[in-house]
Design a protein around this ligand. Structure first.
Ligand SMILES: Cc1cc2nc3c(=O)[nH]c(=O)nc-3n(C[C@H](O)[C@H](O)[C@H](O)COP(=O)(O)O)c2cc1C
Length: 183
């Protein structure tokens, strides 16, 4: 699969089924993240790869309403960083930008491997940080829900969620987000 195909194939699917996750896969995804660019090569990202059954079950309890589809995941990747781990150029803070890029590398590599890797913001940060023993001063930015796409539609999804399993949510036209030479 080339990069274009991975970009095209990646979707935030919500109909998942369990699959085997081993340490080789985790290290492969982590390697992809570590090859991502970062300001002065600061590599501000930190990831907790949660795959143990008990820990996963505990982490599910931190998910927001509407994210129950993630109970069928086989791994959750906690995406973590902290402002002071990366460059601050004048007032521009780069930790979220760099950690987001590394996360995108993980998501695309997971797609290439044939997995769903669906980022979410819908969780209770304090609760999840306690469960994963993330230090207080670090930010749990997102979770990446990893699993195998189920051939069956998850009947517990909302109508909106069911619709977006079938067709990709609409994107802005180039004219709305891009311009050439000037803003
Ligand atoms: C930062 C971020 C937070 C998101 N939070 C959630 C979430 O809490 N629950 C959910 O079901 N999807 C979540 N999504 C997935 C988006 O809804 C999805 O990417 C978007 O609708 C576009 O669909 P597509 O990724 O399949 O193209 C999130 C995506 C991102 C990047």
């Amino acid at each position: 699969m080339d990069v274009k195909e991975a970009i095209d194939k990646r979707r935030a699917f919500r109909s998942l089924e369990k699959t085997e996750i081993d340490e080789k896969l985790i290290r492969e995804l982590a390697k992809s993240a570590s090859l991502s660019p970062s300001c002065f090569n600061k590599q501000p990202w930190r990831f907790v790869f949660v795959k143990g059954r008990d820990k996963l079950e505990e982490l599910y309890s931190s998910l927001s309403k509407g994210n129950e589809w993630a109970y069928y995941s086989s791994m959750i990747i906690a995406v973590i960083s902290e402002k002071k781990l990366d460059c601050i150029v004048k007032s521009r803070e780069y930790y979220l930008f760099d950690t987001g890029m590394a996360s995108a590398f993980i998501i695309l590599r997971a797609t290439e491997i044939g997995l769903v890797a669906h980022p979410i913001a819908g969780f209770d940060e304090d609760k999840a940080k306690k469960i994963l023993k993330i230090p207080d001063d670090m930010q749990l930015i997102a979770m990446i829900i990893v699993g195998k796409k189920s051939s069956k539609l998850n009947s517990e999804l909302s109508d909106y969620q069911k619709k977006s399993e079938k067709e990709r949510p609409e994107r802005l036209s180039f004219e709305k987000f891009g311009s050439i030479d000037e803003f």
